[in-house]
Ligand binder design. Structure first.
Ligand code: FE2
Ligand code: FE2
Length: 199
């Protein structure tokens, strides 16, 4: 299995920057880079392949603008073609696409086969950005900008979203990283709801 060269890395980064341009603000290039960074850090802690996790993390949402529901699978097939074009080793490309295509709860559950470490790591890197203060910001943004909700309703709506992500985490390292973020939001909702009720 050949490693990914630095020239190929540069092409992947350029491809990602271009592909993320028309995504919504919650699934933009910044989200991709944060996911890649977290995936790399989790890969180190979990003994997973670092290149595969980092690149799958970077590319996982490239097709989000095409289909919210099926973006994981659509993105993986788009990336597969691109990696073939730039001559990335077929086995590495396969593993990257596999990790990408199961990065959300629905596709992860639907995928009943053996779950590779890299799949768990990329899944968790993305989940860590859907819980805690960052997860709250993203959900709040979605509710205000796209669902046109009132601010208080948007905060309350996020409770179901933000607080349920922690229990979906697949790796010990992610649970350790996410613990504080989860606790902060549990307190946040407790205080917010008491103020809201008494206000
Ligand atoms: Fe996604
Ligand atoms: Fe994502």
């Amino acid at each position: 299995m050949n490693k990914i060269s630095s020239a190929q890395r540069k092409k992947i980064l350029k491809f990602a920057e271009e592909e993320y341009k028309n995504n919504d603000v919650n699934h933009d290039f910044r989200h991709a880079k944060l996911t890649a960074r977290l995936a790399l850090s989790l890969a180190k802690q979990e003994g997973a392949d670092e290149d595969i996790c980092e690149i799958a993390g970077l590319l996982h949402d490239v097709a989000h603008r095409i289909s919210k529901k099926n973006h994981a699978a659509i993105g993986a097939s788009k990336v597969k073609q691109f990696l073939k074009k730039i001559k990335v080793d077929a086995e590495i490309a396969n593993r990257i696409c596999c990790a990408m295509s199961h990065h959300n709860e629905r596709s992860y559950k639907a995928h009943k086969g053996a779950k590779a470490k890299e799949e768990k790591v990329v899944f968790d890197a993305d989940r860590l950005l859907a819980l805690g203060p960052i997860g709250f910001c993203r959900d709040f943004t979605y509710c205000i900008l796209y669902a046109k909700m009132q601010p208080y309703d948007a905060v309350l709506d996020g409770e179901n979203y933000v607080l349920t992500r922690y229990k979906q985490l697949k790796t010990k390292s992610a649970r350790r990283i996410g613990k504080k973020a989860q606790e902060v939001m549990e307190i946040f909702y407790k205080v917010f709801k008491s103020q809201y009720k008494n206000g």
